[in-house]
Design a protein around this ligand. Structure first.
Ligand code: FMN
Ligand code: 173
Length: 387
C-alpha cells in the first residue's frame, strides 16, 4: 500500500523522459477552468454553479484557506500508508467519490466510466439516486470495487423499499441519505438558462427502471415520458421528512447508514440518537443554502461531539491533497470528492476520473509525508494553525 499513490509523481516524470506530458492538468484547483473548454455551457453551469450569489461556495474555499499546515521535520515519514477502515472494511485511502447525479451531461459513458475508474483504485463510489445509469449497470461496471448508494428519500415507501432492495442485491453495502436537497435551491446559473437536467430525462435511469415506480404510472415512461418524469420529480423533491421517520428507513436497510448534509452539532447528535452509523458534514458544495457557513467551519465541533460514536465524513470544497490533510486533521475520517472528479470525467472519461483521483492521492501522500506524518490516523488539529 505504501507509496502506491505517491508513485504517480515518478510515473509522470518518467513519462516526461519519453517526451510525454499528462493529458490534463495536475493542478486540481484548475480543473474547472479546463473543463470549461469541453463542457456545454449548460453542463458547466450546472456542475460549477451554486445557490444564490455563491457565498456558501466561496465560504467553503475561504474556510480551507484560513487553516494552515504546520510541517514537522525529522519524523521518519518516508514510508507512508494511506489506508483506513470504514465500517469494518479496509479502504486504500480516506477518500470516496461523492454522489453526483446526471453524469451523462458531462460524458456519454457517465457513471459507468466513473465506476470503472473508482474500482481500479479500490476507491468507493457513492451512486446517486439521480444516476444516468441503473443501479445494476453501474454495479456491473464497478465489478469488485466497493460501492455505496446515496438515497434521495422518496415520499413513497414502496418505491423506497424497491430501490433499496435493488441496491442491496447489486452489492451496495452502505447507505448515504442526503437530507439537504428535499427541494432544489435557487440556482441562478440554471434558472437563467431555464436548464434542469432531470426534467430533460437526464439522471432518471433508476426511477424509470424501477418496477415499484412504474407500477405508479398509468402509462409506461416509454409511452408518456413527460408524465413519468414529473411523477419522479414530485416523488424525490418537495417533501421534507422528519427525524421520527428514520426508523422506517432503518427497517429497509441492514448495513450502515450515514446522513449527508449535517451542519449543526445538534443534528449530528440527533443522528447518533436515531441509531445512524455516520454523518457527512456537507453543505452540498454550496448548492443549497446560500449564506450558509463554510462546511469546514462545522467540522471540528461535530467531530468532537460525535466522532467517538459514529463515523464523521466530510465534503464541500475539497480540491487538493492539502485540503484533504486539513479536513482529516479537523476530525473527518474520510472525505468525499465532488466537482473535481466530474471535471475529470468531462475531460477524459474513465482516464480523466482516474487521473484526478491519482493526482489527489499522490498530492495528499506527499503533503502528509512532507508535513511529518506517516498515516492519516496521526493527524489531529495540532497539525494546523488558524490564521
Ligand atoms: C453536478 C452535481 C450533482 C450532484 N448530485 C448529487 C446527488 O445526486 N446526491 C447528493 O447527495 N449530492 C449531490 N451533489 C453534491 C455532492 O455529493 C457533494 O456534496 C458536493 O459536490 C461537494 O462539494 P464540492 O463539489 O465543492 O467538493 C452533487 C454535486 C454536483 C456538483
Ligand atoms: O444538483 C444537485 O446538487 C443534486 O443534488 C441533484 C439533485 C437532483 C438531480 C440531480 C442532482
Amino acid at each position: 500500500m505504501a507509496g502506491r499513490f505517491g508513485g504517480y509523481q515518478n510515473e509522470i516524470y518518467l513519462q516526461g523522459l519519453g517526451g510525454a506530458t499528462p493529458a490534463m492538468t495536475t493542478d486540481l484547483s484548475r480543473l474547472e477552468e479546463a473543463a470549461g473548454g469541453v463542457l456545454t455551457p449548460e453542463a458547466l453551469g450546472y456542475v460549477a454553479g451554486a445557490a444564490g450569489a455563491g457565498a456558501t461556495m466561496r465560504a467553503n474555499r475561504e474556510s480551507f484557506d484560513r487553516w494552515k499546515i504546520v510541517p514537522r521535520m525529522l519524523t521518519g515519514a518516508t514510508d507512508r500508508d494511506l489506508s483506513t477502515t470504514l465500517f469494518g472494511t479496509a479502504l486504500p485511502a480516506p477518500v470516496l467519490l461523492a454522489p453526483v447525479g446526471v453524469q451523462s451531461i458531462v460524458h456519454p459513458e457517465a457513471e459507468l466510466a466513473t465506476a470503472r475508474a473508482a474500482a481500479g483504485l479500490g476507491v468507493p463510489m457513492i451512486l446517486s439516486t439521480a444516476s444516468s445509469r441503473t443501479i445494476e449497470q453501474v454495479a456491473d461496471a464497478n465489478g469488485d470495487g466497493p460501492r455505496w448508494f446515496q438515497l434521495y428519500w422518496p415520499n413513497d415507501q414502496d418505491v423506497c423499499a424497491s430501490i433499496l432492495e435493488r441496491a442491496r442485491k447489486a452489492g451496495y453495502t452502505t447507505l448515504v441519505v442526503t437530507l439537504d436537497t428535499w427541494t432544489l435551491a435557487w440556482r441562478p446559473q440554471d434558472l437563467d438558462r431555464a436548464y434542469l437536467p432531470f426534467i430533460r430525462n437526464e439522471g432518471t435511469a433508476i426511477a424509470m427502471s424501477d418496477p415499484a415506480f412504474r407500477a405508479r404510472l398509468e402509462k409506461t415512461p416509454e409511452e408518456d415520458q413527460p408524465t413519468a418524469i414529473l411523477h419522479w420529480v414530485g416523488m424525490f423533491t418537495g417533501t421534507d421528512h422528519g427525524w421520527d421517520q428514520l426508523p422506517s428507513l432503518r427497517a429497509l436497510w441492514d448495513g450502515p447508514i450515514l446522513l449527508k448534509g449535517i451542519q449543526h452539532v445538534d443534528d449530528a447528535r440527533r443522528a447518533v440518537d436515531a441509531g445512524m452509523d455516520g454523518v457527512v458534514v456537507s453543505n452540498h458544495g454550496g448548492r443549497q443554502v446560500d449564506g450558509a457557513l463554510g462546511a469546514l467551519e462545522a467540522l471540528p465541533g461535530i467531530a468532537q461531539a460525535v466522532g467517538e460514536q459514529v463515523e464523521v465524513l466530510f465534503d464541500s470544497g475539497v480540491r487538493t491533497g492539502a485540503d484533504m490533510f486539513k479536513a482529516l486533521a479537523l476530525g473527518a475520517k474520510a472525505v468525499l470528492l465532488g466537482r473535481p472528479f466530474v471535471y475529470g470525467l468531462g475531460l477524459g472519461g474513465e482516464d480523466g476520473v482516474r487521473h484526478v483521483l491519482r493526482s489527489l492521492l499522490a498530492e495528499f501522500e506527499l503533503t502528509l509525508g512532507l508535513a511529518g506524518y506517516r498515516t492519516p490516523g496521526e493527524l489531529t488539529p495540532a497539525a494546523l494553525q488558524r490564521s
